[in-house]
Design a protein around this ligand. Structure first.
Ligand code: ADP
Length: 576
């Protein structure tokens, strides 16, 4: 058993209770089916002998036995389904929980679409496969039990009938292997289709602005055809399997009738026994077909399980806290980078020996060309990534040595693009602290200069936003995002300024938020506006991952260095 199977069986074993009930029910069904063969023989015999009393008795027994079978049949189907549903529910939960713990970098890569495909395509495969666990145990049991029965009835006839079984088994195995290969290819192709959908939907703005819709449609159609081709090949193979098995079964039945008829004529068995024999043979053929289905599905399941366990659940989660990690005490907001260098897993050297210090309450703006390393510098403070060299300290604590949650919960972040979740305004503001009181929420909203416009909304703080709710303007949404960041009253605030133009009023409000925080919380701004830069106590200038200059606006202008050039190049944008 390899690691994929071990993991799969762990999930199966967790559902042992319903599975045991289902298997017991299956054994009951098999026993009753065997008994039915016996009853069939009795019915025909009593008809032959014109014994109406016996006929009455046997018919009543048939009804009683099938009433009993009803419960077993119900139990077997329901409890198997129960096990399957619970197993997959647990699996979905585990995959989702795992996704939540993956490092941010993962979500910027294209793997996300592939994982979604695993959730929507592979997990259901496992679910549909759970009922086969019964067949794994039940089909061999049925085959052996009924084989013994027919050999007892007439061994010569039984020998003739079972000559074909090995042939069937071989055929099934070959077809099964082909289906497995094709299923694997189909799933791969399907994942690439999902990835394409994800990619184009996320980049729709670009697709449209380059008028590339038709090209994307053609690209999609190409990949989609590929999926279709693989699927149809698999379907053809699958479709071939059952009739093949049936044909072989029918042939052996014809042979049995031919040879069995002669046995009856010779007086070696009764007609009733021959019919009972045929009934059992049919049961055996069905069970054998069941084994064939197991073979096929087993391969599909393996392929699905491989993707679930080796791809979705195998990606390393965010590095856990070191065992010695301590929770960070309430902060003052002193930040220190010491010779910090960072390279992305792709090899991109984003920061080189960056050192600086920020005093509590200071307002610092980061400027530099796009790609200079501003976002990376901030992401390191939040420990989205860890530097290969150097140390980052907050209030003297090396952030690698503290508990991640205690670090992130004390830093407020206003991202460049505001994401509002479906829910009320109040819920959106309280995202980082769901148990916040209305007073706390209002206080944060006031700090973010959002209170006035929220009050004017039809239902105030209880107004719905998101998909079904009202649409806020970019500036309003931004202020909600600021309120969200300020709710926990963080000592460190990171503001990634929107590159897109905001209305002048919003811009002024945001400046006020920054000014009002001066001396209270350390504010780090990825600045895209000269108006913001001018209210900063200090400006850090980054160029190609290096910190090349720092100082106030006036100092840096006088230096006539990188900053002055950046500023002059952007002079077209008026400064107040
Ligand atoms: P800025 O915020 O100043 O525009 P970034 O910090 O985003 O700059 O980028 C710094 C460098 O790191 C750039 O060369 C960029 O291409 C690279 N980079 C940024 N994010 C990633 C990533 N997730 N994976 C690989 N390289 C990245």
């Amino acid at each position: 058993m390899d690691s994929v199977e071990r993991q799969l069986w762990r999930y199966v074993a967790a559902q042992w209770k319903p599975l045991v009930i289902a298997i017991l029910c299956a054994v009951g069904v098999t026993a009753i089916t065997g008994f039915t063969a016996y009853l069939l023989e009795q019915v025909i015999q009593s008809m032959d002998m014109r014994d109406t009393a016996a006929l009455n008795r046997v018919s009543l027994t048939v009804i009683a036995v099938f009433a009993l079978k009803w419960f077993f049949a119900y139990g077997q189907v329901y409890y198997l389904a129960l096990a399957g549903q619970r197993l997959t529910a647990k699996l979905r939960e585990d995959i989702f929980a795992h996704l939540q713990r993956l490092p941010l970098g993962f979500f910027q890569s294209r793997q996300v679409g592939a994982i979604q495909s695993i959730l929507t395509n592979d997990v259901p495969i496992l679910q549909s496969a759970v009922p086969l666990i019964r067949d794994v145990l039940d089909a061999p049991l049925r085959i052996v039990a009924f084989l013994v029965y027919i050999y007892v009835l007439n061994w010569r006839l039984a020998l003739l009938a079972t000559l074909f079984l090995p042939l069937v088994a071989l055929l099934i195995q070959r077809l099964g292997r082909q289906v497995h290969r094709i299923t694997h290819q189909t799933q791969g192709a399907l994942a690439s289709v999902s990835a394409l959908v994800q990619e184009t939907l996320a980049g729709m703005r670009i697709v449209k602005s380059f008028a590339a819709e038709e090209r994307e449609i053609a690209r999609f159609a190409g990949r989609n055809r590929e999926v279709l081709r693989h699927s149809l090949r698999g379907e053809r193979r699958r479709a071939r399997l059952r009739p093949t098995v049936e044909f072989i079964g029918a042939t052996s039945i014809a042979l049995v009738l031919w040879f069995g008829g002669q046995e009856v004529a010779r007086g070696h068995m009764t007609t009733a026994q021959l019919l009972s024999f045929l009934f059992l043979l049919h049961q055996i053929a069905q069970a054998a077909a069941g084994v064939g289905a197991i073979q096929l599905t087993h391969k599909q399941v393996r392929a699905a399980a491989q993707r679930i366990f080796n791809e979705a659940l195998a990606i390393d989660p965010e590095p856990y806290d070191a065992p010695s990690a301590q929770p960070l005490p309430p902060l003052r907001g002193h930040v220190q980078y010491e010779r910090v260098s960072f390279r992305y897993p792709t090899g991109e050297q984003a920061l080189r020996e960056v050192s600086f210090e920020i005093q509590p309450g200071e307002v610092v703006a980061l400027v530099g060309h796009s790609g200079a390393g501003k976002s990376t510098l901030v992401d390191l403070l939040l420990r989205f990534y860890s530097p290969q060299e150097g140390t980052i300290r907050i209030d003297g604590y090396d952030i690698q040595q503290v508990k991640l949650a205690s670090l992130r919960s004390q830093i407020g972040v206003v991202p460049q693009q505001t994401v509002l979740f479906v829910g009320t305004i109040a819920e959106n503001i309280a995202y980082g602290k769901p148990d916040a009181t209305r007073e706390e929420i209002e206080r944060a909203a006031r700090l973010a200069h959002a209170h006035e416009f929220i009050e004017r909304l039809p239902e105030g703080y209880d107004t719905l936003v998101g998909d079904k709710g009202i649409r806020l303007s970019g500036g309003e949404a931004q202020r909600i995002a600021i309120a969200r960041a300020l709710l926990r009253n963080p000592r460190i605030l990171i503001l990634d300024e929107a590159t897109a133009a905001l209305d002048p009023l919003t811009e002024r409000y945001i400046q006020q938020v920054i000014e009002e925080g001066r001396g209270i919380r350390t504010t780090l701004i990825i600045a895209h506006r000269w108006s913001t830069v001018q209210i900063a106590d200090r400006i850090l200038v980054l160029e190609r991952g290096r910190l090349v200059e720092q100082g106030t606006h006036a100092e840096l202008l006088a230096r006539e260095g990188v900053y002055a050039k950046l500023y002059r190049a952007a002079l077209l944008e008026p400064v107040n």
